[in-house]
Write a protein that binds this ligand. Structure first.
Ligand SMILES: Cc1cc2nc3c(=O)[nH]c(=O)nc-3n(C[C@H](O)[C@H](O)[C@H](O)COP(=O)(O)OP(=O)(O)OC[C@H]3O[C@@H](n4cnc5c(N)ncnc54)[C@H](O)[C@@H]3O)c2cc1C
Length: 486
């Protein structure tokens, strides 16, 4: 795609490239079209923008040098980690420099007395989880992409995942950060502290800032003891609404599930086809719930599993599966985690990351399906229902580009208006980035957006860090032109 209109930046000329090579080493400054190409997209739809130069620093000092040079030369910088983002946060929409933290991938410390991990931003999330589990500890935030996303990207997106239902999202585990500001200054808010009320919490301001305020170069993360026992349940429900209605009843019954996932039958079917796997009961009913309970006491965990099974049965479940074997439980999770990839493999799609109070889920699901039917587009819904977070995937399937581009904006707007009317927000965990920024005024007031603009100016007065992300175009109000995603 071509760059959008707006503020003009300088190009990354030979002088800047030479200075980047001097700062980071020749091998880590990529300029050929072939080398740059993979850094022009993430997992958001089929969008691609061409970066002028890609830099892969290894140290905080190198990141600092890049951000100093970028401000001096007035060239935009797009931070990038695993490239699994779903709202286009890592897309270099203005060209310029892509700053990839993939080489900053060391686990620096697992402190078993303070229960803290200190890591660089490029550490793959699953790698950290496995390392801490090996010493009996647990880092719960687990995006379904955990095998390829990174801690830096999780911090920048405030990522969630299935186990946020009980343990919370990334922000609930960030104790401190080291980050480089545009211009090159290094700040280190927080650290190995479980409490800290010293001034504004800069670390928490940076969590979820989507690479628009600073580049994160080190993270202090809270760990907890590993729960030793888990049970997984799967239940097909006759209708989408009956599945959605059972979710709040689990909590009413006094159980705080470790995970509680909603999967429309078609979403499970796509994952089964993609993996060549088969889930019992997936052909029955319109939706399935996948629940997990965990804890340190096997008897208590079994009792909670029985309670959830009873709630599901009372809520009209067609069956309740409660596998004993860890391998069968893992297989259910494998299918759940594959849904995102399977949807992407099946069709061009646009994903909306709606979040509402749990009790509003039946109305949300019903309204989303009605809106998609009215607009004559296919959709599949799934997500972290325990958090009230449903991913609505609108599928292009056989539609031609003209019909897709004509129908999509209206149905997205209708879904978001419905979400907000139910007390919800337009992103629960994937962020606003590039692809959702035009919709921000549907969810936030003009005053709230202005405070956010002031925050951006305070960190990045020259506006060089990840421009055109989160905040809508200053000149336009909703609706502005929709980027083509055909
Ligand atoms: C199949 C699939 C399943 C997914 N499941 C989930 C899920 O369950 N829950 C969930 O929350 N998300 C999920 N995601 C979305 C995505 O994986 C998360 O948003 C993840 O946090 C992105 O991490 P990343 O390392 O890939 O970051 P990237 O995509 O590279 O970047 C994401 C954002 O972070 C910024 N950034 C990256 N590194 C830094 C840094 N060091 N400093 C400052 N800014 C930085 C970028 O500029 C960009 O704005 C899923 C994605 C896929 C493809």
């Amino acid at each position: 795609m071509t760059a959008p209109p707006g503020r003009r930046f300088a190009k990354a000329g030979p002088g800047l490239v030479a200075a980047l090579r001097a700062a980071c080493g020749d091998a880590y400054v990529l300029t050929s079209a072939e080398d740059r190409r993979p850094y022009g997209s993430d997992e958001t739809e089929d969008l691609w923008f061409d970066p002028e130069v890609v830099v892969r620093p290894r140290t905080t000092a190198e990141v600092s040098a890049i951000l100093r040079l970028a401000v001096e030369e007035d060239v935009p910088v797009t931070p990038r980690a695993g490239g699994t983002g779903l709202s286009g946060g890592a897309l270099p929409v203005r060209g310029g420099i892509v700053l990839s933290v993939d080489r900053m991938d060391s686990i620096l410390e697992i402190d078993r007395e303070n229960l803290v991990a200190v890591v660089e931003p490029g550490v793959i999330t699953q790698t950290l989880q496995e390392a801490v589990e090996a010493v009996g500890l647990y880092y719960p935030p687990d995006p379904a992409s955990r095998g390829s996303c990174t801690i830096g990207g999780n911090v920048a997106e405030n990522a969630g995942g299935p186990h946020a239902a009980k343990y919370g999202v990334t922000k609930d585990f960030v104790l401190g950060l080291e980050a480089v500001l545009p211009g090159g200054k290094v700040v280190r808010p927080g650290g190995k502290l479980l409490k800290n009320r010293t001034g504004y919490s800069l670390a928490q301001v940076l969590v979820g800032s989507e690479g628009t305020l600073a580049v994160v170069t080190k993270v202090w993360l809270r760990l907890i003891p590993l729960p030793r026992h888990r049970r997984v349940l799967l239940a097909p429900f006759p209708t989408l609404e009956s599945a959605a209605a059972a979710i709040a009843r689990v909590y009413q019954a006094g159980v705080l599930p470790a995970a509680l996932e909603f999967m429309e039958r078609d979403a499970v079917r796509l994952a089964e086809e993609h993996l060549g796997a088969s889930v019992p009961g997936s052909a029955d009913g319109e939706a399935l719930l996948l629940a997990e309970v965990d804890g340190g006491d096997a008897g208590a965990v079994d009792a909670e599993a029985e309670t959830v099974a009873r709630v599901f049965a009372d809520g009209g479940a067609l069956d309740v599966l409660l596998p004993d074997s860890p391998s069968k439980q893992a297989e259910l999770w494998r299918v759940r985690r594959a849904i995102g990839v399977a949807v992407k493999a099946a069709s061009v799609y646009k994903e909306e990351d709606t979040v509402v109070p749990r009790t509003a889920l039946p109305a949300l699901v019903r309204g989303v399906k009605a809106a998609c039917a009215k607009a004559r587009v296919a959709s599949v819904c799934y997500g972290h229902a325990g958090d009230g977070n449903i991913h609505v995937n609108i599928l292009k399937r056989g539609l031609d580009d003209a019909a897709w581009n004509e129908r999509l904006p209206g149905v997205v707007e209708e879904i978001f208006r419905l979400t907000v009317s139910l007390g919800g927000m337009i992103s629960g965990e994937h962020g606003i980035g590039w692809s959702q920024r035009r919709y921000l005024p549907l969810a936030l007031s003009a005053d709230e957006i202005e405070v956010m603009r002031s925050l951006k100016r305070a960190f990045d007065p020259r506006g060089i860090l990840n421009p055109d992300k989160i905040l809508p175009d200053e000149t336009g109000t909703f609706p502005t032109s929709q980027p083509s995603c055909g």
